[in-house]
Structures are given as structure tokens and as C-alpha cells.
Design a protein around this ligand. Structure first.
Ligand code: PLP
Length: 340
């Protein structure tokens, strides 16, 4: 793994500077910071790309990164999306469809045959695995090798597992996307996004979209993301160990119906007996924070059907992002809240 630290040099600081500059003195490639990276931004992209042996691109948010991919589509393009995926991406597809810019179909991510049948007619195949929030797993190996139309793009939102647990580019995906707001940043203190691709021309086009749309990352966010990313492996190991144990204990709890945990990563979704009990559990927790978002050192959970636009989900579904706290503190908190 790339260290994310500065190259060696006598008297040099070990970390990169925060450079709050919009413009640079003429005479080099750096001109204006909507387009041109600072030293820390370059280092972040080298780290993100290095994790996938690809070109990494940093954005101002996960949605900005996803938007750059949608921005590659010509008017009238056809998109395939999982029926369960991050709702912001689904809303983007719906919004663009309403404006006549594209058509789309949503398919269960684990219905491989349905995807394989439709992929030859799609311009963008947008996958997310495991899905948010139902944690359904796609057969990425099969889907990345399936027949597609020339010039189509296959992108995988890899936010939940990160490149440390899943490498879709190795399987044949054109692009991976992450909300670096989550595990890569890891401390719930920034918004960021990233794309990685091994296709240099595609990387150039995506960079062009970022410059035109102005979705470049800010100086403080670049610094914080770089700092967070340097401990990703440690945090993910700790959180995953906690998640494996909690998934087992939750499955045995009398107030829990179903536990959805794919056996990897640190996201768990579980169904409390009904919507009211799920809401009461979320109100009662103290160590786990009752908040949206995920991937931080602190555990967070929420009843997803209570989120606007997510009312179709099971009423009792709680999405839990397991953090790095002591396991027994987490379990005591969850057990008490579920039993209250
Ligand atoms: N993809 C997934 C799987 C997410 O969970 C999120 C945010 O929750 C996003 C994309 C969007 O990222 P951001 O909030 O950084 O724009």
C-alpha cells in the first residue's frame, strides 16, 4: 500500500501542505486550481490510483464523481442500474430521464442473467456491490466479463468495500467510483469522491468534465482525505472484525428478524421487528451514533425507510456502519437499545 506521506528529504515535513490557492504564478503547468492539482491533490490521486494500479481522480464528493461518469453519456443513452443502490445515483438517473437525456432500467443486482441479457444494449452499466442499503452482492466476475456494446462503460461503486477488499478493475470494469466521504476519509469530517480507471483517454475526459463542472476537491478536503486514507487498512481491519462478531450476535437477538451481512467489510443491515421498534432502537443507542452516512471510525446507524425517498424499504430496516470502538461497548449499547 502507498504510504501517502511525502518523499524523503532532509528537513522536509512528513505530510503534505494544505494549499488554499485558486491561482498560481505563470511559468509552470499549474495555472488555476479548478483544473490544476496542488502537491497534496496530486499525492492523493497517486495514492487512490496506486490502490488499483490505475489513474485516480479526486472529486468534491461521491456524487460529483458519479456525475462525471453520467456526463460522458450522449443524449438518448441507455443506463442499467441496480434496483437497490445509493439513492442519489438512482435520483440522478431519474432526473436525467425526466429531462429526456437518457433512459434507464433497474435490475436486481444478483439477477446475473437479467443483466447479461440487457448489457449489450446499454451505454452505461452502473453496478454497486454490496448494495446500499440491502447489501445484496453482484456476481461482478461474471458481469465484468459479459458481452457489451462498443464504447459502453461499466462502472462499479466500490464505496462499501474499497479497493482493499474488492478490485473491480482487475475483473474488467472500466471504472470504479467511491464516495471518499466514507471509508477512505474515515472520520466523518469531509465530503469527497474518486474515480479510478486504467483507460488514459477516459481519465482525460473525466478530468475535463471535472474542470468544466467545477467539481474539483477543496484544499482542506484533499489534506483530510490523504490523512484518512493512510490508516484505511488499519481501520477497515478493526471495523470488519467488529462487524463479523456483531452480525453473529445480532442474528441471535430476539428483537432482530433478519441480518444482512455479506461476510466482508463493516456494513450490516438488519431488520428490527417493525418500524416503530427500529425507530425506538435508533433513539436509544448511545455509543453508536444515530446519524446517516457510514465508513467512519465511529459507528453510525439509522432506519433507512425514515430517509426521504427511501420509504419503499422494509420499515424496520436499520443500516449499521460498524466503526472501530471496543466490540463489547458496541454490543452492550446495541443489546440494550434493542431490548428497550
Ligand atoms: N455511493 C454510495 C454507496 C454512498 O453510500 C454514497 C453516500 O452515502 C454516495 C455514493 C454519494 O457520496 P457523497 O455523499 O460523498 O456524494
Amino acid at each position: 500500500m502507498i504510504s501517502g506521506g511525502r518523499p524523503q528529504g532532509a528537513g522536509q515535513p512528513l505530510s503534505y501542505p494544505i494549499t488554499p490557492a485558486s491561482t498560481f504564478e505563470h511559468g509552470s503547468d499549474r495555472i488555476y486550481s479548478r483544473a490544476d492539482a496542488t502537491e497534496a491533490w496530486d499525492a492523493l490521486e497517486a495514492l487512490l490510483g496506486g490502490l488499483e494500479r490505475a489513474e485516480g481522480l479526486a472529486f468534491s464528493s461521491g456524487m460529483a464523481a458519479a456525475g462525471a461518469v453520467f456526463d460522458q453519456l450522449r443524449v438518448g443513452a441507455h443506463v442499467l442500474l441496480p434496483d437497490d443502490c445509493y439513492h442519489g445515483v438512482a435520483h440522478t438517473a431519474q432526473d436525467w430521464a425526466t429531462k429526456g437525456r437518457l433512459t434507464f432500467d433497474r435490475l436486481p443486482v444478483d439477477d446475473t442473467a437479467a443483466w447479461v441479457e440487457r448489457m449489450p444494449r446499454a451505454d452505461l452499466i452502473w453496478l454497486e456491490s454490496p448494495t446500499n442499503p440491502l447489501l445484496t452482492v453482484a456476481d461482478l466476475d461474471m458481469l465484468c466479463r459479459a458481452e457489451r456494446k462498443d464504447g459502453s462503460l461499466l462502472a462499479v461503486d466500490n464505496t462499501f468495500l474499497t479497493p482493499l477488499r474488492q478490485q473491480p478493475l482487475d475483473l474488467g470494469a472500466d471504472l470504479t467510483m467511491q464516495s471518499t466521504t466514507k471509508f477512505i476519509g474515515g472520520h466523518s469530517d469531509l465530503l469527497g469522491g474518486s474515480l479510478a480507471t486504467r483507460d488514459e483517454r477516459l481519465a482525460e475526459r473525466l478530468r475535463g468534465s471535472r474542470t468544466l463542472l467545477g467539481t474539483s476537491p477543496g484544499a482542506l478536503e484533499v489534506f483530510l482525505t490523504l490523512r484518512g486514507a493512510r490508516t484505511l487498512a488499519l481501520r477497515l481491519d478493526a471495523a470488519e472484525t467488529n462487524a463479523i462478531a456483531l452480525a453473529e450476535r445480532l442474528a441471535d437477538h430476539a428483537a432482530v428478524d433478519t441480518v444482512r451481512y455479506p461476510g466482508i467489510g463493516s456494513m450490516i443491515s438488519f431488520d428490527a421487528l417493525d418500524g416503530d421498534r427500529a425507530a425506538a432502537t435508533c433513539d436509544a443507542i448511545r455509543v453508536v451514533r444515530h446519524a446517516t452516512s457510514l465508513g467512519g471510525v465511529e459507528s453510525t446507524m439509522e432506519r433507512r425507510a425514515g430517509t426521504p425517498g427511501q420509504e419503499h424499504l422494509p420499515a424496520g430496516l436499520i443500516r449499521l456502519s460498524v466503526g472501530c470502538e471496543a466490540l463489547e461497548d458496541l454490543w452492550a449499547d446495541l443489546n440494550e437499545a434493542l431490548s428497550s
